[in-house]
Design a protein around this ligand. Sequence first.
Ligand SMILES: CC(C)=CCC[C@@H](C)[C@H]1CC[C@H]2C3=C(CC[C@]12C)[C@@]1(C)CC[C@H](O)C[C@@H]1CC3
Length: 383
Amino acid sequence: MAPHALEKEDFERDAAFQKALHGVSSQNEGGFRSMFSKDRKAHQAAVDEYFKHWDNKSAEIETEETRKERRAEYATLTRHYYNLATDLYEYGWGQSFHFCRFAYGESFHKAIARHEHYLAHSMGMKENMRVLDVGCGVGGPAREIVKFTGANVIGLNNNDYQIQRATRYAQKEGLADKLSFTKGDFMQMKFPSESFDQVYAIEATVHAPSLEGIYSEIYRVLKPGGVFGVYEWLMLDAYDNDNPHHREIRLGIEEGDGISNMEKVQVALDAMKAAGFELEVNEDLAQRPDPYPWYWPLAGDFSAMSSPMDFFTIARMTKIGRGTVHRFVGALETIGLAPKGTQKTADSLAKAADCLVAGGKEKLFTPMYHMVGRKPLNAPITA
Ligand SMILES: CC(C)=CCC[C@@H](C)[C@H]1CC[C@H]2C3=C(CC[C@]12C)[C@@]1(C)CC[C@H](O)C[C@@H]1CC3
């Protein structure tokens, strides 16, 4: 397969844009309040840049050409998605931007942390290993993994705002000596070959334009014998791209979650193999017989709530919670307190939530395809 064309990086441009858009809001406590202190013009630019990929491009008229255009601008698309969505994520979900399994009686935040521990455990992560977190968000998982394993973690992210927030949170928790964050496109990492003992990615490599491309780049930076562990977002075998309903679900997830190209399970398995990994774990954790499915918080199923402490956390994620946000930010936009496009972003996220739930219920989609691959000890050096 021909290697995927990469977007040209421009760190100065991105830093200037992040400063103009977010200003000092990266130093706020986070979440809802941060949403209102954005520069209006820069916010509009981010909205236009992101939604040009989706407006008037419905599932019925989707062509391979449209998907190709999104893949060609994967880095800009994802960077602007997180420019728009990060504050809403923190407000509605917390600082670990991923789903998880739920055990009986387990609180939301405990379940999230357990999912992170499980990945580290499945990879055999040990104290003082040099570990890379690919697509680290605002660093919630990395902080938990450093505390759980004692590994030294570097978080890689192509969104300056998230890096600033992640750095601030790590400093606040006194973890700065074990955890740092750096800016970069994961398709073209600046790290030398064979420089990490382990690499993990939690619901992040789905933002890549090509799974083979990102897995190969991860393989390159791993030392021989090194391990890559991932929770991947994938469409399941039952997904049929010729079925309009299926396509609508996939597109709703892609648009509302900043994804240029979501693939099926077999593509990911082939990509791991093509990259050179020996696959040690390969399982859709969403198919385990858990008491509650991964999507229950978004489905607004309060009967699955295990701890009274979770009431307000979950309330923000439900349809009613999302409707309240829709009306509230709409009103704030009208009176000029929130930048234009805030409601459009919230609505797109809300639609994604519905598509995620539908994808989960209809067994078309998983956010937790768990793979662990090892780079063979005798692997030849890759440039
Ligand atoms: C985008 C990828 C690859 C991973 C992120 C997974 C999840 C953390 C997000 C997917 C959908 C998001 C939504 C919200 C928070 C973060 C997600 C669950 C909200 C609950 C945030 C508050 C809004 O009012 C509603 C959102 C619905 C979708």
